[in-house]
Every structure is written in C-alpha cells, then in structure tokens.
Ligand binder design. Structure first.
Ligand SMILES: NC(=O)c1ccc[n+]([C@@H]2O[C@H](COP(=O)([O-])OP(=O)(O)OC[C@H]3O[C@@H](n4cnc5c(N)ncnc54)[C@H](O)[C@@H]3O)[C@@H](O)[C@H]2O)c1
Ligand SMILES: [Zn+2]
Length: 340
C-alpha cells in the first residue's frame, strides 16, 4: 500500500509499504479516513521542529475506522469510528502512574517520534482510540487539535466571570477559545494578524480583539475594569510575546504557555512578583479530554463547521502542501482524505 513520507525537510515522497500484520494483544488495526494538518506537520516539513526525526510518515490528527482488534481489546470493535489520542506513553513511567500520560518521559507522538497516519492502514494500542457513534471522520480528525485547547483551558482553571486574554489566534489559540467560551469567562483575543482577528469576531463570536501596540497594557486595563485579565494564555510560540505576557496578568492571576518556543524567554521578575503570578505550561492533552470533546461535538456545544478551510486528497497533498506554509492562503485547518 502507498504512504506519504517526509524523507527529510521539504522532501515529501510517496512510498510503498507492506500492509500491517494482524493486531497483537491490546492492539487495533485501523483504516485511516482523515488526517488533519497542523503547525507541527508544517514545522516538520520546514525542518523547524526539534523533536521531528526523518524519514517520518506524519499524521497525528486522525479520524479512523477499526478494522480488527487483537486479544484482550474491549474498548473498541471492528467498524467503530474513532478519534486517535496520538500520545503513545509508557504506562509504567512516573508521569503515567501520576495521571500525566501527556508528559510521559518516554512519550512518542504518532507522526512526530514514530510513524503516523498518512497511510491507509496501521496498528496502534487500542487504548488510544476514542469512539463516537455519531461523528463524521472529518470531525474525529479535529478532536486532537481541540484537545490541546481543552487541556490549556483546564490548566488555567479559568472561571465564569473572569477575564481571559488569549494571545495568538492560530488553530491552537482558536481551540483554546472554544473551551474558554464554555466556562463563561470574558474573552479578549490578541494577535497582529487582522484577518485572524476578524475571523474571531465574525465567525467565533468574540467581542473584544486587540493588537500589539505601545498602549496595549492600557487597552487591556480598559477592557478589564482596570485590573488586567485574571488569566492569560499564550498560544503564539513567539518568545517576545511570551515575555511580554508576564506584564498582562491581574493580581493573583495565571499565565499559561500552550505555545512552544525553543528560544529563551526572559522577563523582569518584579513584573510577575508584583501580582504574585503563577506560570503554567500545557503539553498535549489527557485521555479524558478526548472523551469530553467527542461528547461536546455530539451535543452541538462545539460547532466544527468553521474549522476545515482546506482539503487535499492523498494524491495531491505533495503538490498542495507547500501552500499551507503561507499564511496568506488563510488556512486554519486542512484535512487530507486518505485513499488506498
Ligand atoms: N501545547 C501543546 O501541546 C501544543 C500542541 C500543538 C501546537 N502547539 C504550539 O502552539 C503554538 C501555536 O500553534 P498554531 O498552529 O496556532 O500557530 P500559528 O502560527 O498558526 O498561530 C500563532 C498566532 O500567533 C500570532 N502571533 C505571533 N507572534 C505574536 C505576537 N508577538 N503578538 C501577538 N500575536 C502573535 C500569529 O500572528 C498567529 O496568528 C505553536 O508554538 C505550536 O508549536 C502546542
Ligand atoms: Zn496537531
């Protein structure tokens, strides 16, 4: 069967690989229907993702169908439609034993550290599958992106009535927005990209959007009864933004980094000492987030309709992929329809 592989940065190739063997104990063989493309895939393509190794079959945002299960599998059966939690953890690790499989010391993410879903069939641990009886494969492929925002929102413990500033209106900021909305917090989105802020206002129903400027702190005070937001969530991955974010937190407030940078983040300590701030990181997501999100989409509390802006087929992805690296194409989420 054919698969799409990144042989090295900027070099996609279509390869032939053997059909997977029968699933072993605890495993499931799945048929991949949809693969979402995200910033991680783009960074992997551009050679800017430090954890990415080559050659690699990407694909970690997956809508799949179970074909066959191995011995002892009870959570899924053949024919089930599922979302995949792509974080393959070691259940015996310290992190996993302490309820944090998302940051397991031996974590291997599908499509990043080991081959992912840009292939018609593959096997994986069945415990990583989350079933839905109602959702379409497109929607199931969106669950992982949403899970990143769900976990970041949970980390922030943002509550109804609080002000929450989300910095960065890319897919991760938008995923975060979906879950902050559900808490009843008052949302402010900050980005320098007018098109993305317009999308937040017109499609996502955000009332307050702001842009970086010399008077940003004052703008934020004006929108928050003078005290700044209780919660700031940075989803830019930009170290200058992440440094500046220390200065936007209300007394007793929380700053969450869901964006990732490999650069140093510097801040003048008194800026964060003064409000006695708390800094939190948010990595991946937890199994319960996947279950919750499937339920929220099924109940219509999250509308996936605005999310998929671009589509590719297995046969034209290689040609189309470079366009996804250009922000002017307005891509929020591209989804690949996987053929055999
Ligand atoms: N926590 C996790 O597990 C996890 C998972 C996936 C992705 N990420 C990270 O989340 C981050 C965001 O991903 P994305 O796909 O949404 O990226 P993106 O590049 O599409 O979006 C980032 C947005 O931030 C804005 N921005 C950049 N610098 C800014 C600044 N100084 N001030 C205001 N806005 C600024 C950009 O205009 C852009 O709209 C990345 O760092 C990515 O690596 C984290
Ligand atoms: Zn992703």
């Amino acid at each position: 069967m054919k698969a799409l592989q990144l042989a090295e940065p900027k070099a996609w190739r279509q390869i032939d690989i053997p059909h997977p063997e029968k699933p072993g104990p605890g495993e499931a063989l799945v048929r991949v229907h949809r693969v979402g493309i995200c910033g991680t895939d783009i960074s992997g393509y551009l050679g800017k993702m430090p954890f990415f190794s080559y050659p690699r079959i990407p694909g970690h945002e997956l809508g799949v169908e179970v074909v066959e299960v191995g011995a002892g599998v009870t959570n899924v059966k053949a024919g089930d439609r599922c979302s995949v939690e792509p974080y393959i953890n070691d259940p015996e690790s310290y992190a996993s034993r302490h309820g944090r499989p998302n940051c397991c010391e031996k974590l291997q993410v599908l499509g990043v550290h080991r081959d992912g879903g840009m292939r018609p069939f593959f096997t994986l641990p069945a415990r990583k599958l989350h079933v839905s009886k109602k959702l379409a494969f497109d929607q199931l492929a969106l669950v992982e992106t949403l899970a990143i925002g769900c976990h970041a929102t949970n980390r922030s413990q943002v509550a109804e009535g609080e002000y929450c500033l989300i910095i960065g209106a890319g897919p991760i900021g938008l995923a975060t927005l979906e879950f902050v909305k559900l808490t009843g917090a008052k949302i402010i989105m900050l980005d320098m990209n007018d098109t993305r802020l317009k999308f937040c206002r017109e499609v996502m129903g955000v009332q307050h959007t702001v842009k970086p400027s010399d008077k940003l702190e004052q703008d934020l005070r004006d929108l928050t009864e003078g005290h700044l937001p209780e919660v700031v969530i940075d989803a830019t991955g930009n170290n200058a933004s992440m440094s500046a974010a220390f200065g936007y937190v209300a007394p007793g407030g929380r700053l969450v980094y869901v964006g990732i940078t490999t650069d140093e983040v510097n801040f003048r300590h008194p800026i964060f000492h003064r409000p006695e701030g708390t800094l939190l990181c948010s990595r991946n997501a937890l199994p319960a987030d996947f279950t919750r999100i499937i339920g929220l989409i099924e109940e219509g509390q999250i509308n996936t309709q605005p999310w998929i802006t671009h589509r590719a087929s297995f046969d034209n992805l290689i040609e189309i992929f470079p366009s996804y690296t250009r922000p002017e194409t307005g891509v929020i989420k591209a989804v690949v329809e996987v053929g055999e």
